[in-house]
Design a protein around this ligand. Structure first.
Ligand code: PGA
Length: 257
């Protein structure tokens, strides 16, 4: 057993307006009453326009839920129409931000340079980046999934300090498993999550490698989370579709029993 606290993060993607988001987070708070929240960290990642509402609900209800955003600007402030800065997110009490989700890479052309800059912007604002990495189907079929994923990892964390590396969260999300219902096998997930930890060890040493939480993402549900969490190097899950239902997401958070 590692000392790493499991982390279950719900990526709402472009779903739920602020009223629907409020209903979900309040219901999630109720459902989590039956989960030992000292043993698992539960996080929601709503659309930007819901975050203020989520903040209010979490603070008013003292809910055991942390929250964050799905993206961050690489810039601090200024003429960047449509973007949201790290300091704006920090001012809302956000803790986490996903960086380099495959949908950002695919639809917005985010490469290692962009994700690297966003990781640094998150740290500069005091946020914890959840750096998403993972291979498309053709890379897996060609047997290049590990090297492809590690190149994304190493590009994304280039230039960060060991202290920063220690607090980062990495999410391994094979693109072919996202939203498809096709979950990676626990052994597939373990292979790459271990390779990620080994790479962190090479770059930043044992202490960092042992501290960093490596999540698996891609069609995680309450029915498959347990076998994934049994693997030594899987420390949590980044959950899309199944995080939109309070009861199901609370079951994922309570996977231990
Ligand atoms: P999914 O999405 O759980 O719906 O497959 C995961 C993600 O994209 O973070």
């Amino acid at each position: 057993m590692s000392n790493r606290k499991p982390l279950m993060a719900g990526n709402w993607k472009m779903n739920l307006d602020w009223k629907q988001g409020l209903a979900l987070v309040e219901e999630l708070g109720e459902q989590l009453a039956s989960v030992d929240t000292s043993k698992v960290e539960t996080v929601v990642l709503p659309p930007f326009v819901d975050i203020r509402t989520v903040q209010t609900a979490v603070e008013a209800g003292k809910l055991p839920i942390a929250y964050g955003a799905q993206d961050i600007s690489a810039h601090e402030s200024g003429a960047y129409t449509g973007e949201v800065s790290g300091s704006m997110l920090a001012a809302l009490g956000a803790t986490y931000v996903t960086v380099g989700h495959s949908e950002r890479r695919q639809y917005h052309g985010e490469d290692e340079q962009v994700t690297g800059a966003k990781v640094k912007a998150a740290f500069a604002a005091g946020l914890v980046p959840i750096l998403c990495v993972g291979e498309p189907l053709e890379e897996r079929q060609a047997g290049r999934h590990v090297e492809y994923t590690l190149a994304q990892l190493e590009g994304g964390i280039e230039g960060i300090s060991a202290e920063q590396a220690k607090s980062i969260v990495i999410a391994y999300e094979p693109v072919w498993a996202i939203g498809t219902g096709e979950v990676a096998t626990p052994d597939d997930a373990q292979e790459v999550c271990k390779a990620i930890r080994d790479s962190l060890r090479r770059l930043h040493g044992d202490e960092v490698a042992e501290a960093v939480r490596v999540l698996y993402g891609g069609s995680v549900k309450s029915s498959n989370v347990g076998e994934l969490m049994d693997k030594a190097d899987v420390d949590g899950a980044l959950v899309g579709g199944a995080s939109l239902k309070a009861e199901e997401f609370a079951r994922i958070a309570g996977y231990q029993g």
